[in-house]
Design a protein around this ligand. Structure first.
Ligand SMILES: O=c1ccn([C@@H]2O[C@H](COP(=O)(O)OP(=O)(O)O[C@H]3O[C@@H](CO)[C@H](O)[C@H]3O)[C@@H](O)[C@H]2O)c(=O)[nH]1
Ligand SMILES: [Mn+2]
Length: 360
């Protein structure tokens, strides 16, 4: 009988989880999330003009970093943190001192389930992270650890313990996370389909990770959650989370960690401009036909037994195999190394997850 995650999981992680929000606007959306987010510490990464004041509603416990802070804290290594792109959010992962991260966009509101009840997305992510994943053998009745479900007949008992869950990837009602070409041909399409399921993504399968509604175990996979170089001065955008997801999945498969997708939903309130998005995405749309086979065939040696070692090894392979696609990948491979250097400097081995909140 698979054990369901503890029902009071949310309160258990109140002091072990940070909520990371990238933003260029005031954070009024937090009012809607107050019942679910107020007990947690927020890390707000202010993108764009650092002289602009971001208004945060009263009553939230937060730390806020703008570009001046990022440059001050990281020095020359701040070059690995994107500017004028939501990819900047990964700075929040780096400065956090907690074991878990939940990241959400400021245009993502509380969704309602089919019964009309507000969805506590944070609680569902916590349940997903606190229960094992099953990447080695697919359970056809979805999440076996969920109340009212279990492993089905024929599921090997030797695999029923599952593996630790590193990532919980949530979905979106209303505006789906479509690429620009799809947005352009289906401008009025809205996602109204609430699928009541959580799935482990099988080992050996990549997936398009969206950063809009995402949670992860920072101790298990944090150093691989680098949202690649996008935005100002970069040839592509809107591939930051995708890049992180491909690196994360290859490393999770190598280290025997699990990635889940499905519940929880958020309500994505607005579509970004498809023409602006097309300009950001277009090189990525053909580059990814080379990038995906690269990740599908990436092999990490057994000596790569930590996330950092895996990530550095991946960066070497990126430089060697993708550098010929475009010089951007040389730059990205270097930025991957800079990210790890910065991560390790701010998170001395074994020390970071135990400390309280506070400015880095
Ligand atoms: O320059 C910027 C622009 C935006 N932000 C903050 O990032 C998130 C997402 O912004 P927005 O909702 O406007 O854009 P989307 O296209 O819906 O974003 C999704 O596409 C992916 C792009 O990489 C991303 O993973 C998804 O989030 C908001 O919080 C903005 O305030 C920013 O920081 N800098
Ligand atoms: Mn959005």
């Amino acid at each position: 009988m698979a054990a369901a995650a503890s029902s009071n999981a949310t309160t258990l992680l109140k002091d072990e989880l940070d909520i990371v929000i990238p933003t260029i606007r005031n954070l009024d959306f937090l009012e809607m999330w107050r019942p679910f987010f107020e007990p947690y510490h927020l890390i707000i990464v202010q993108d764009g003009d650092p002289s602009k004041t971001i208004k945060v509603p009263e009553g939230f416990d937060y730390e806020l970093y703008n570009r001046n802070d990022i440059n001050r804290i990281l020095g020359p290594r701040s070059s690995c943190i994107s500017f004028k792109d939501s990819a900047c959010r990964c700075f929040g992962y780096m400065v956090s001192k907690k074991k878990y991260i939940f990241t959400i966009d400021d245009d993502c509101f509380v969704a309602k389930d089919p019964s009309g009840k507000d969805i506590n997305s944070l609680q569902q992510h916590i349940k997903n992270l606190l229960s094992p994943s099953t990447p080695f053998f697919f359970n056809t009745l979805y999440d076996p650890y969920r109340e009212g479900a279990d492993f089905v007949r024929g599921y090997p008992f030797s695999l029923r313990e599952g593996v630790p869950t590193a990532v919980s990837h949530g979905l979106w009602l209303n505006i789906p996370d479509y690429d620009a070409p799809t947005q352009l041909v289906k401008p009025r399409e809205r996602n109204a389909r609430y699928v009541d399921a959580v799935l482990t993504i099988p080992k050996g399968t990549l997936f398009p990770m969206c950063g809009m509604n995402l949670a992860f175990d920072r101790d298990l996979i944090g150093p691989a959650m680098y949202f690649g170089l996008m935005g100002d001065g970069q040839p592509i955008g809107r591939y930051d989370d995708m890049w992180a997801g491909w690196c994360v999945k290859v490393i999770c498969d190598h280290l025997g960690l699990g990635v889940k997708t499905g519940l929880p939903y958020i309500w994505h309130s607005k579509a970004s401009n498809p023409f602006v998005n097309l300009k950001k995405e277009y090189k990525g749309i053909f580059w990814q036909e080379e990038i995906i086979p690269f990740f599908q065939s990436a092999v990490l040696p057994k000596e790569s037994d930590t996330v950092q070692k895996c990530y550095i090894e991946l960066s070497k392979q990126v430089k060697e195999k993708l550098g010929k696609v475009d010089p951007y990948f040389d730059k990205l491979a270097d930025a991957m190394v800079t990210w790890i250097e910065a991560w390790d400097e701010l998170n001395p081995a074994g020390g970071s997850a135990k400390l309280a909140n506070g400015k880095a």
